[in-house]
Design a protein around this ligand. Structure first.
Ligand SMILES: Nc1ncnc2c1ncn2[C@@H]1O[C@H](COP(=O)(O)OP(=O)(O)OP(=O)(O)O)[C@@H](O)[C@H]1O
Length: 303
């Protein structure tokens, strides 16, 4: 069996009395670009910090390349992490960041770092404290990529960037991932960005995984159904209505999860949803009383 790059079993993390994550089960195969999405406070950063070994689980386990994160230097060398707000050393120049990276990382690829700097049009003599948000993000990505990691973890790396800079940054990210042959986990609130670059999705809400898997099969398991309210009563019993919106013309549109295609002769019309609709429907479902995120074992209710 091929070892997943990232695996979590019954993973939980509590800060004081509050559970940031609970009962997380994940298995991310190699080579995927994973979009980690969810509302503020869902537990995305906590999951990424657990994957880097920066915090330890309260319960369950997390494995990166089959071993406990952050415990061995060889394992640390295989993971590149860009924390939220892409921190840099403000008094060091861009070139000094690369020299530091070279000294600290056994697999450092100086040629890759130089290529990335040039591509991002970063001046090696510039102090990092004077870089714009976008340039800082590019520097942080360059340092992380030049480690030649097998797993690249990026916590909202493009959050502060304008749409053009974000586009360019994501292009650079995809180039790096392809060049490295790496797996990437990217948290983001920008669902169009996730749809553009990610082929695997993890939706977190209230500290729990609401949905995970490769994007294409996930989309194939969902359908957007439009019809009159009575039409929805004719849906097969295994079909789960995740979210429903009234259209104002007596009809409603619902996002439905179903294991089998709906009968072609039904009274409704159907269309394939996009990734954004899918995520929003699962988040709405998690928020509803009795929804997946509000079970009696919801993280903040646990002791
Ligand atoms: N070091 C900490 N000490 C105490 N509570 C924490 C700590 N880190 C995270 N939390 C709590 O854990 C929960 C999850 O936080 P986390 O930062 O993982 O969410 P997030 O999904 O990354 O949110 P955002 O999208 O706002 O960045 C929140 O309730 C947060 O307050």
């Amino acid at each position: 069996m091929v070892t997943p790059v990232l695996e979590a079993v019954g993973l939980g993390k509590r800060f004081g009395r509050r559970w940031a994550l609970s009962g997380v089960e994940l298995s991310v195969p190699a080579g995927r670009v994973v979009g980690l999405v969810g509302p503020n406070g869902a537990g995305k950063s906590t999951l990424m910090q657990l994957a880097c070994g920066l915090v330890a689980p309260t319960e369950g386990r997390i494995r990166v390349h089959g071993s406990e994160p952050g415990t061995r230097p060889e394992q640390l060398a295989r993971v590149g992490y860009v924390a939220q707000d892409t921190p840099v050393y403000p008094d060091l120049t861009v070139a000094e960041h690369l020299r530091l990276g070279a000294r600290l990382n056994p697999r450092w690829d100086a040629a890759l770092a130089d290529r990335r700097l040039e591509r991002a049009e970063l001046d090696p003599r510039q102090k990092a404290g004077r870089l714009s948000g976008g340039q800082r993000a590019q520097l942080a990505l360059t340092v992380a990529a030049a480690k030649r990691p097998d797993l690249l973890i990026l916590d909202e790396p493009a959050a502060a960037l304008d749409p053009l800079a974000r586009h360019a940054f994501l292009d650079h990210l995809m180039e790096s991932v392809t060049e490295l042959g790496a797996t990437a986990v990217l948290s983001s609130h920008a669902l169009p960005d996730v749809a553009r670059v990610c082929d695997h999705l993890v939706v977190l809400a209230r500290g729990r995984v609401q949905l995970c898997g490769d994007v294409e099969p996930l989309i194939a398991q969902h359908v957007r159904v439009t019809g009159r309210p009575a039409d929805f009563d004719a849906l097969p019993s295994e079909a789960v209505v995740l979210a429903r919106t009234e259209q104002g013309d007596g009809r409603a549109t619902a996002l439905v999860r179903t294991v089998r295609p709906l009968p072609a002769d039904g009274p409704w019309s159907v269309a394939a949803p996009d990734l954004e609709e899918l995520v929003l429907a699962h988040l709405a479902c998690a928020e509803r009383p009795g929804g997946k995120g509000r079970s009696s074992a919801r993280p903040e209710a646990r002791r």
